[in-house]
Design a protein around this ligand. Structure first.
Ligand code: BGC
Length: 261
């Protein structure tokens, strides 16, 4: 039976929802309910902190359980350096320290798509895959994780590839939020995804593409419509990959798991 020592909390802050769960780090699976609250309008730091407090309290986990927090922005040296779908206050903000002070505990803090990539490498669709895996999350934005032979190259931000002749970027055109906003059919959305993944494939020639985000649970509606050189598969942990990955980064890497440098 898993003990508390092999468990951690993962909190996945997104542009639309904040999700949390307790993760068994040996199995790479949620062992609690998945708690979700809406991301507060405007996503200002103080409001996001309050929401993170709420989801953690609802988990009723021991206070010393390791905690990983994932955020939808570039994260470097504990600072958030971009803000595509959250308040501009986060740009250059000492976010890791802010959460640690506000929650009165240490955290591991990283980009949301990067941690989803880690979850899929350690426990999912990208496990033991050699070469380059690109995981993309299709949600409010498009997040990306680039992993080469099990090692993450952090903060790749492939959602912000530009479209020639257009002011707005790839995520505005092809994220799941674009499908919802414009009420696109699966077929119409898949045409946009085809453009997007063609571009990613041309630039990086990945060996595997993994698709995460909430819509990955409906992958049968759009992945079969895409024609790419590389296999393209749904994330095994679907929209829980962010929770699982952030939790798994909150504790030192056991021998059995691929290193994350
Ligand atoms: C952000 C990324 C994030 C992605 C998914 C993008 O707008 O720039 O950092 O990973 O959304 O949340």
């Amino acid at each position: 039976m898993a003990t508390n020592a092999s468990r951690a909390i993962g909190v996945d802050i997104g542009g639309t929802g904040i999700k949390a769960g307790i993760v068994d780090l040996e199995a790479g699976e949620l062992v609690s309910d998945r708690i979700k609250v809406a991301t507060p309008a405007g996503a200002e730091p103080a409001d996001v902190l309050t929401a993170v407090h709420q989801v953690i309290e609802r988990l009723e986990a021991p206070a010393d359980m390791p905690l990983g927090v994932a955020f939808p922005a570039i994260v470097k040296g504990g600072r958030t350096l971009s803000a595509a779908n959250v308040s501009a206050t986060w740009v250059g903000f000492e976010a890791e320290k802010f959460f640690e002070d506000g929650l009165s505990r240490g955290i591991h803090f990283a980009n949301d798509a990067d941690v989803a990539g880690i979850a899929e490498v350690r426990y999912g669709a990208a496990k033991d895959v050699e070469g380059l895996v690109i995981l993309t999350t299709l949600g409010t934005g498009i997040g990306s994780a680039m992993i080469y032979d099990g090692v993450l190259v952090p903060n790749s931000e492939l959602g912000h590839l530009q479209r020639a002749g257009h002011k707005k970027d790839a995520e505005h055109f092809a994220a799941y939020s674009a499908m919802e906003r414009e009420e696109l059919s699966w077929e119409k959305w898949a045409k946009r995804l085809q453009w997007y993944y063609d571009y990613v494939e041309f630039l990086f020639s990945p060996d595997l593409i993994v698709v995460g985000g909430g819509v990955s649970k409906h992958s049968e509606n759009f992945l079969p419509l895409l024609k790419l050189r590389a296999p393209i598969v749904p994330a095994k942990h679907r929209n829980n990959a962010g929770i699982i990955g952030s939790a798994s980064l909150a504790v030192p890497v056991p021998e059995a798991l691929p290193a994350v440098k």
